[in-house]
Design a protein around this ligand. Sequence first.
Ligand SMILES: [Zn+2]
Length: 58
Amino acid sequence: MADVEKTKAVAVCDGCGELAPVRVWPDGTIHPIGSEDGCCEEADYRILEDGESAAAFE
Ligand SMILES: [Zn+2]
């Protein structure tokens, strides 16, 4: 995998409250894993937790 430069984290969407595994890119933007379009139209992710727990979502 070529994901080593991207930080995995767990985020919550401020739009709908959904928890989502995300990657934080080096430029600071947050990208949901598995759905680049996000979970809803208002998708706006807030990092809850960094680290290994994000792996459990994959
Ligand atoms: Zn949402």
